[in-house]
Design a protein around this ligand. Sequence first.
Ligand SMILES: Cc1cc2nc3c(=O)[nH]c(=O)nc-3n(C[C@H](O)[C@H](O)[C@H](O)COP(=O)(O)O)c2cc1C
Length: 334
Amino acid sequence: MIKEPSHDLDRSYRFSVAPMMDYTDRHFRVLMRQISKRALLYTEMIVAKALYHSNKIDTLLDFNEIEHPISLQIGGDNPKHLARATKLAQDWGYDEVNLNVGCPSARVKSGNFGACMMADPDLVARCLEAMIESSDLPITIKHRIGIDNLDSQEFLLHFVDKIASIGAKRFSIHARKAWLNGLNPKQNREIPPLEYEKVAYIKNKRPELIIELNGGINTMEECLSKLKIFDGIMVGRSVYKHPLRWKNLDEVVFGEKPNKLKASNIINSMIPYAEIHLKNDGKLWDICKHLIQIVENVPGAKSWRNNLTINSQKYKNDLIIIEKAARQLEEAGL
Ligand SMILES: Cc1cc2nc3c(=O)[nH]c(=O)nc-3n(C[C@H](O)[C@H](O)[C@H](O)COP(=O)(O)O)c2cc1C
C-alpha cells in the first residue's frame, strides 16, 4: 500500500514515546493517540534486512493514519538495506526514519548492528548517508552515550560530530552506556548509571544540534525540568506502564487546551478501532494487553485488569468484553 507523505514534524519531538520491541506496536500507538495528539511516536525497531527480503512488507509497515506524527525505527549495518527501508518508509507515509544505534541485544550484536556500531562511526555515517540520499524524509539517530570502554566525553562528542556532518536531523541519546559483554538488554537499561550531564555537555557544545534526551524519566515534572536544557524528551517504560500519568502532556508540553480525559473515555474511544481489528481476523488480546495499563492505583484496579486479561484471551473476538470493561469504569466514575 503506497501512501502520500504527510505531516510536518512540527517539533513533535519535544515529547516522544520511545521505540520498544513488542510494546510500541500499532495498537499501543493508537491507544497513545487517545492520550496525546502531538507526541512523536516511534515504531518498534524493524530490521532493514528483513524488510529488504520480505514479501510481507504491508504487515511490517502498515499503520493507522491517526498515528502521525510517526517515526519508523530501523536497524541494520548495510547501507543498501537501510536505503531501501528508508525509501519504503517514504512510500508508506512515515514522517521520519530513525536509525537504531543503541540496542545492545545479542541478536542485534550478532548481526553487527545496534549499539555495537558506535565503535565504528564511519560505518554509521555511511549508513546514514545512504538513508539521506534515498528519500526526502528527516533521518534521525538513536544511540547511547558510549559502549564498553568507549565511554569518554570526547568519544561521544566525536561520534556526534561525525554524524552531524552527514546531515542527521536529530539525536535521541539514551543517557547510559551499554556493556556489550556481560549485561543483557534489560540490565543494560538499568545497571549502567544515567549520565545526563554527558548529554547536556553535547547540547552545550553544539547548541545548533537538536538533542532529545532519553532514559529514566518518570514524571512530567522531570520532563519539564529537562526540557529547559534539551530540545526534546523521549520516554519509554514510564509511558507504557503508566499511560494516564501523561494525559496532560499536550497541554503542558505543547500548549494545547486542557482535556478531562478519563480511563473510560480512552477505552470507549478504542472500541471502533477494536471492531475493525476483529473484522480483520485480529484478536482482542492484541489490543487489550495494552489497555490493561490504563487502570492503576484505584480500588478494584487489580480485578478489572485480571478480568480483562482473562476474558479477552478466552473470548478472542467478542467486542462485548471491551464494552463491558468500559462500562465498569464509567460506573466507578473513572
Ligand atoms: C521492552 C523494551 C524494548 C525496547 N526496544 C527498543 C527498540 O526496539 N529500539 C530502541 O532503540 N530501543 C528500544 N528500547 C529502549 C528504549 O527505547 C529506551 O531507550 C529505554 O527504555 C530507556 O528509556 P526509559 O527509561 O524511558 O524506558 C526498548 C526498551 C524496552 C523496555
